[in-house]
Design a binder for this molecule. Structure first.
Ligand SMILES: [Zn+2]
Length: 259
């Protein structure tokens, strides 16, 4: 059994989701036994309220980013989105980032919806800059476009959540000072393994995207981030502890959390 050192971090999960309604507190207490901290990501207005109250309850362990997942954009009016952005501004000091936000061409296919999705995303890029917070990016079938937007809008801090791209893009991301967040898809994707091999630990973050992406199917848990850490260590031929220490430092740098 590996030693418990409380250094591992899950920078992207959804502890508010209904998958945890039955046993949320137990899941969190279990996570506290092996992780230093987790960041739960608000995906739409109601979910974001829940994320904030969960963090309030578990201060120093659960941190929050607030965003609008692209799949939720079509269900909200422009006015509701504006109100929600105001809500995010008001809660500036309770959050560590804007996300997840981005583009999703897997679920959003209609031209009208696509152009609105882009507009909303650009709105959130502006919000992150205004509030001086990092962006946590969901870019499904949209990695190149998302990266270009970061550069075009002169974004300083961005995290490519659940990175699934190629080594060449990972290198460009890193050159621009952005971070690549490695999720359990490293187990399935040769591209991700190659990308991880090529980029420095100083630019890598670790996540589970729980309740999604469980390596063996079913519900994922934040503490399974250990599997991701071990895979990164194996891929880069370093010690898992070295990975955890580097990621923890990165979390301090990008999210401004005292670690
Ligand atoms: Zn997510």
């Amino acid at each position: 059994m590996s030693q418990v050192n409380l250094k591992a971090v899950d920078i992207h999960c959804h502890l508010t989701f209904k998958d945890y309604d039955e046993d949320r507190e137990k899941v969190i207490e279990d996570a506290k036994k092996t992780l230093r901290l987790v960041i739960t990501s608000g995906t739409e207005p109601e979910d974001s309220k829940k994320a904030l109250s969960l963090a309030e309850k578990h201060q120093g362990f659960i941190y929050v980013t607030l965003g609008l997942h692209p799949i939720h954009i079509p269900e909200l009016t422009d006015r509701q989105i504006e109100e929600y952005m105001r809500f995010v501004r008001l809660n500036r000091d309770r959050i560590v980032g804007i996300g997840e936000v981005g583009l999703d061409y897997h679920w959003i296919k209609e031209p009208k919806k696509i152009s609105r999705m882009r507009e909303v995303f650009i709105g959130f890029i502006g919000l992150a800059k205004e509030l001086d917070l990092p962006l946590v990016l969901h870019l499904r079938q949209a990695l190149d476009e998302g990266f270009k937007l970061m550069v075009q809008h002169d974004v300083k801090k961005a995290v490519f959540h659940c990175f699934s791209g190629k080594k060449s893009l990972a290198e460009k991301i890193v050159e621009h000072g952005y971070y690549v967040s490695v999720a359990p898809n490293i187990f399935r994707s040769k591209d991700v393994k190659k990308a991880v091999k090529a980029i420095p630990l100083e630019k890598i973050l670790t996540e589970t995207d729980s309740p999604f992406l469980a390596v063996e199917g079913g519900r994922n848990l934040p503490q399974n981030v250990r599997l991701v850490v071990e895979k990164i260590a194996e891929t880069k031929k370093v010690n898992p502890l070295e990975v955890e220490e580097a990621v923890l430092k990165n979390v301090g740098r990008v999210f401004g959390i005292k670690v």
